[in-house]
Each structure stands twice: as structure tokens, then as C-alpha cells.
Design a protein. Structure first.
Length: 543
């Protein structure tokens, strides 16, 4: 085996964001761009000699090419074995599962998640550690530092490997095992979820629609929902992963999954609707005539989790990201367990899960998961819902309404201002920060500000501190506005404004969301001077 040491110069823009390095495809196509970043990751794993690595991605444009490059660099860096999903595919939660099950030292996941794919779309590279979770801040900072100083990468020359045939080959001293991307994941689901109960549910005529959005979850959903549970053929739509996701934006929300959403609002809606994103870690849940917010979904899963065999012993605790509504906190309080509030980014749940402090966690950005892997898991959330529907025998919309009746409802919306000028975005956040101290007591519309701060997280497990994770404004009327800049965009800056208001009165639980939130939306715009600073009178996406 010949290892070539290729001289290189550093790129200045390889700083991982909320979830790995995400850029436009042409950025990744620059000579040495991928090689540098992968070498920088490997340089931060000094103990890699003789270990196992997992490689796979969501199948988007460049996926196969970058898998091949990664294999050749891995062989030159001393790994003994690489497990790669057939066709270069592994959903993000399945990659986490495979890393954990096979004792790998980590994994390289190729995805830009819910961002569009194709030659003009986005691509991404993320490193997950031995616990199966996204590398924590300390490691991503070390990777970034390494990308700034790197002077060479190491690679083994040779032909590309066949990624489509299951089985084992070698590159130099390294074994390459092409594995079934679904098998380990499906086996784990069988341990956690009541498969026989769901099979009976479908046999009794239950109908659902799952939109895989031409992304990686198609094969997983077909294998479990149709081939195992016996759901009608065609239950899973857009089931074949495509390099450009069929030209769609693989983000499971009412805007981008509007076909499913519209179907679920119609007269012939099936009993349950769900969708997942590009890499299979996000989910959308829709009951007939009723969209379930991710924040509510987390709370409802937490309240009923004991009905699934994997959670029959109860939950240790629940965590949510700070901008996620407080619905899950109310469930935690009723169960007498701890609730944690973390910064946005799944990596922040890792320590809490590893320490056994929490069992379930979730985010407003369509992410829900548990201690079964260290990523959010779209299909798992869908299977949990099916398990709960089978166990209770109640329609999904009834469960949601019963939950509101018991706990109250957190009306919720998120306004995204995409691709705004990065300088303007910074000015807006800095301006808000400078005014935090003077906001409490201020009356704005029919709301009164009671608290204003910049979220600072102290990890309860290792004491690490993460500053400036979003500006929170609390109002006396049980409303809240949060502002933060996205860490996953690839062009300009994206301002996210999260707006919520809690309502406990039984006769006020079915009001239009926009109406309930109107004054908080108004206050959010005025407090941050959004229109004047960004030049946008309306958000680009409202979910
Ligand atoms: C990633 C992270 C999530 C985060 C989301 C949005 O999800 O894993 O924790 O909530 O991005 O982050 P931001 O608001 O910074 O854009 P995914 O599905 O893109 O990997």
C-alpha cells in the first residue's frame, strides 16, 4: 500500500456550525477542500490506529464521491476497518446506531440535512464520536483549529470501491465492509417498539401516509412500515433516495411537505401522516386536520412513552433545546422527573444522555429522540406515535386534544428571515443585547416584558460553558420570544424568531395560532427593529 503525502494549504472557512461543516456543493468541489477537512477530523483522533470507522450519508449529490475519498484517506490514516452503508447510504440515526453497535471510534456522516441537494444545492460533512453523537464543541473547535494549520493530507491511491455490493474488500491494510444500511437500525427499533401491536393496528385497517421526501428514509420506512407491519403498498411515498431529492426541499414542515399536509387537512385524510428530512433525523407529525408541533410531539411522546416496551420502566428526565416550547417541562413536572434546557444543537444532549440524566429529548426544529442513539431520529418518532396509537386505540387528533386539556396548550410559531445580510443580522443581535437590561417592565402592545437575557448554558455533566445561545424575552402574559441566528445556513445569515404563548383555559385551546400570537409577533418585530434592520417586512418562512 502506498500512502501519498499531498502538500496542501489551509482553507479559512472550514468552521463547523450547529451540525458539522455545511456549504454549497461548489465549495466542496474545490480541489483539496474535502481532503483537508477529512484529514483535519482524523488528526483530532490520535488513537485511531487499528480502530473501526463508520461512513455513510444521505445520498445527496457528491455523496458517493466523498465516500470514496474518505475511504482512501482513512486507509492512509491507520484505521483497521470501515463500515459503509450500501450505496454510500446511512441515515443519520442509523449511522449513530451502527457506530454504537459495532464499537466504532466514530463516524463520518455526509449530509446537509434538510437543505436542498444537487449540483447547486448544499453538502455537508459531520463527525460523530464513539457514543454515536455529534462531536461536542471541544472537538469541533479542535477540528477547526487543525483546518487552519494543516500542510498535508495523506491518501492511498487506487481505484474506487464498489459501494453497491454487500461484502468485504480491502484498501491496503484496511477492511471495507459494505453493510445493509437498514438492518442494524431495524433490529434496534424491534427492541424498543411494540411491533406486533402496530402490525395488528394496520391489519385492522389503519391507514397512514409517510413522505420520505425522496431522501434517505425511504428504504428504512418501506422495510419497517410496509414490509414488516404490512401497511398498504404506497403508504411510503417519495421512497427512492435521489441526489437532488427530486428538486424538492427535504424539510418536513407544512411549507415544504405541503402535499402531505394538504392531504391530512382534506376529507379523505388517512389516520396518520408523517414525513422525514434529507438525512432522516427530523420528523413531521400530522393528525387528520391537525398539525402537531414538534414541541407538542415531544411532550406527548414523553407523557405516553411507558406504552412502548423500550420505555416501560419510565423516563429518567427530559431535555429540550431552549427555543422549544415549554410543553415538555409540564409533562416532566407531572411525572416528577427533571427537565433540562440546552442550546440548539443535538450535540448538547449527548452528555445528559450518556450520564443517564435524560431518556427523551427534542427540539422545535422537528427533532425528537431518545437514549437509543445519540442523534435525533425521525422514523423512531413515527414508530413511537404508532405504538402509542396502537396501545391507546385512540385517534391521533384525540390524543393531542386530550393532552392540551390536561396540560394546557403552548401556541407556537417560528419566523425565519433567510439569507439576510450577515452584518445586519449581527447588528440586530448586538442591538438587542445592548438593551437587555432596560427591557424588563416595558409595556408593548398588550404585553409586559418581565425578563430578558442571553441564554448561557452550563453543562450539568462536565461544567462546560456555552455563551450567547439566543436572546430570550419573557412576558407577564405567559408569552415568550426568542431570537437567534441559525448555525446551519449556507448563504448570508438566517434570523430565527421563536414566538409562543401558553393557554390553559379549556375553552381557549382551539383558537387560530396566528390570532393568539399576533401581539407577541408584533412585539417581537418592534423590540428587535426587524423590518428596519433587515429590510424585510415579512419572514421568508413561517412554521
Ligand atoms: C441541526 C441540529 C439541530 C438544530 C438544527 C437547526 O439539525 O442538529 O440541533 O436544531 O440544526 O439549527 P439552526 O437553528 O442553527 O439552523 P439538522 O437536522 O439540520 O442536522
Amino acid at each position: 500500500m502506498t500512502v501519498t503525502h499531498v502538500p496542501t494549504t489551509a482553507f479559512s472557512d472550514q468552521k463547523p456550525g450547529t451540525s458539522g461543516l455545511r456549504k454549497k456543493v461548489p465549495v466542496f468541489q474545490q480541489p483539496r477542500y474535502v481532503e483537508n477537512f477529512v484529514q483535519a477530523i482524523f488528526d483530532t483522533i490520535p488513537e485511531r490506529e487499528g480502530t473501526t470507522l463508520v461512513v455513510g450519508g444521505d445520498g445527496r449529490y457528491l455523496n458517493r464521491q466523498v465516500v470514496q475519498t474518505t475511504l482512501k484517506i482513512a486507509a492512509a490514516n491507520g484505521f483497521a476497518r470501515v463500515l459503509v452503508g450500501q450505496g454510500g447510504l446511512l441515515s443519520t440515526p442509523a449511522a449513530s446506531c451502527v457506530i454504537r453497535k459495532h464499537g466504532a471510534i466514530g463516524g463520518i456522516i455526509l449530509s446537509a440535512s434538510h437543505n436542498p441537494g444537487g449540483p447547486d444545492g448544499d453538502f455537508g460533512i459531520k463527525f460523530n464520536t464513539a457514543n454515536g453523537g455529534p462531536a461536542p464543541e471541544g472537538i469541533t473547535a479542535a477540528i477547526y483549529a487543525r483546518t487552519r494549520t494543516l500542510t498535508e493530507y495523506r491518501i492511498v491511491d487506487g481505484p474506487d470501491r464498489d459501494l453497491d455490493a454487500l461484502g468485504t474488500t480491502r484498501i491496503g491494510d484496511m477492511t471495507v465492509e459494505v453493510i445493509d444500511p437498514v438492518a442494524d437500525y431495524a433490529a434496534l427499533m424491534r427492541d424498543l417498539i411494540d411491533f406486533p401491536a402496530i402490525t395488528r393496528l394496520f391489519a385492522a385497517g389503519f391507514r397512514m401516509r409517510f413522505d420520505a421526501m425522496s431522501a434517505v428514509t425511504g428504504p428504512y420506512a418501506k422495510a419497517i412500515l410496509e414490509d414488516t407491519f404490512g401497511a398498504a403498498p404506497g403508504t411510503v411515498i417519495n421512497a427512492v433516495p435521489m441526489e437532488d431529492f427530486g428538486g424538492h426541499h427535504p424539510d418536513p414542515n407544512p411549507v415544504h411537505a405541503h402535499e402531505l399536509y394538504d392531504l391530512m387537512q382534506g376529507a379523505d385524510a388517512p389516520d396518520f401522516g408523517a414525513a422525514s428530512d434529507g438525512d432522516g433525523d427530523r420528523n413531521m407529525i400530522v393528525a387528520p386536520g391537525l398539525f402537531v408541533t414538534p414541541s407538542d410531539s415531544l411532550a406527548i411522546l414523553a407523557a405516553h412513552a411507558h406504552r412502548a416496551p423500550g420505555y416501560a420502566a419510565g423516563l429518567a428526565g427530559i431535555a429540550r433545546s431552549m427555543p422549544t416550547s415549554r410543553a415538555a417541562d409540564r409533562v416532566a413536572a407531572s411525572l416528577g422527573i427533571a427537565a433540562y434546557e440546552t442550546p440548539t444543537g443535538w450535540k448538547f444532549f449527548g452528555n445528559l444522555l450518556d450520564a443517564g440524566l435524560i431518556t427523551l429529548c427534542g427540539e422545535e426544529s422537528a427533532g425528537t429522540g431518545s437514549n437509543h442513539v445519540r442523534e435525533k431520529d425521525g422514523l423512531w418518532a413515527v414508530l413511537m406515535w404508532l405504538n402509542i396509537l396502537a396501545a391507546t386505540g385512540r385517534p391521533a387528533q384525540d390524543l393531542v386534544r386530550a393532552h392540551w386539556a390536561a396540560f394546557g396548550r403552548d401556541y407556537y410559531t417560528r419566523h425565519d428571515y433567510e439569507e439576510i445580510d450577515a452584518e445586519a443580522a449581527k447588528r440586530l443581535m448586538d442591538g438587542l443585547r445592548a438593551r437587555l437590561a432596560e427591557l424588563p417592565g416595558r409595556r408593548i402592545g398588550d404585553l409586559t416584558v418581565t425578563s430578558a437575557d442571553d441564554f448561557r448554558y452550563v453543562d450539568p455533566v462536565d461544567g462546560s460553558v456555552t455563551e450567547q445561545q439566543g436572546i430570550r424575552i419573557g412576558f407577564a402574559e405567559d408569552a415568550r420570544v426568542v431570537y437567534r441566528l441559525s448555525g446551519t445556513g449556507t448563504a448570508g445569515a438566517t434570523l430565527r424568531v421563536y414566538i409562543e404563548r401558553y393557554e390553559a383555559a379549556r375553552d381557549r385551546l382551539e383558537r387560530p395560532v396566528a390570532e393568539v400570537l399576533a401581539s407577541a409577533v408584533q412585539a417581537a418585530g418592534e423590540l428587535a427593529d426587524i423590518a428596519a434592520i433587515t429590510g424585510r417586512s415579512e419572514p421568508s418562512v413561517v412554521t
